[in-house]
Design a protein around this ligand. Structure first.
Ligand code: IMP
Ligand code: MG
Length: 190
């Protein structure tokens, strides 16, 4: 077994590394530089992290963004998956409390854009509630081959094929978020 394959002793799941912690950090530094240029002189930008999946990406990304005005950080919690690997099609909003951020420059930070339903729902919600001056989305991962509704992320960490991935914030049935790398989960047909 290579160093890039992990088998969870508790669950028996095989997880094969796709991106190492070093590759992830390298990419996030690049993204941070691009976002810093774009947001450098914007007035009071707001970053909204979408929990739970974005927590690792968000924490690393914002520490690589450097703007004239400090960032305001907000959090929401959205989910569309339940505990399965297929989207339910419904976006749940377990936590959607935001202060008045009308007409601000808003950057949404997501873990992954899959069908696009979660992102589309949230972008439409923010547009309706706050008429943002600008509204962009940064995602750690993009799975464009799975898109059901049209969403074009502005900043993408990595574009991946139609794989089910875990680690670095992403879960399978609430497991494996803490893995420091991104891995493909082999469900063994089950
Ligand atoms: P969408 O609404 O279909 O774009 O789904 C977005 C949400 O589905 C993400 O925020 C994730 O929580 C979850 N998701 C989609 N693909 C994966 C995956 O490969 N691994 C883990 N979670 C995923
Ligand atoms: Mg999930």
């Amino acid at each position: 077994m290579g160093a890039d394959m992990v088998t969870s002793e508790k669950t028996g799941h095989k997880i094969t590394e796709i991106y190492s912690p070093e590759q992830i950090q390298k990419r996030i530094i690049e993204l941070g530089q691009i976002i810093s240029q774009d947001y450098k002189s914007l007035e009071n930008p707001v970053v909204i992290g979408v929990m739970k999946g974005a927590f690792c990406f968000l924490a690393d990304l914002v520490r690589n963004i450097n703007t004239d005005d400090p960032l305001q950080m907000e959090f929401v919690r959205l989910s569309s998956y339940g505990s399965a690997t297929e989207s339910s099609g419904h976006v749940h909003t377990p936590y959607l409390e935001l202060p008045n951020i009308s007409h601000r420059h808003i950057l949404v930070v997501e873990d992954i854009i899959d069908s696009g339903r979660t992102a589309k729902f949230f972008l439409d919600y923010l547009t309706g509630q706050f008429q943002p001056a600008t509204l962009k989305i940064a995602c750690f991962l993009d799975k464009p081959s799975r898109r059901v509704v049209e969403v074009e992320p502005d900043y993408v960490g990595f574009t991946i094929n139609d794989l089910f991935v875990v680690g670095y914030g992403l879960d399978y049935a609430e497991k494996y978020r803490e893995l420091p790398f991104l891995g493909e989960l082999d469900l063994g047909g089950g």
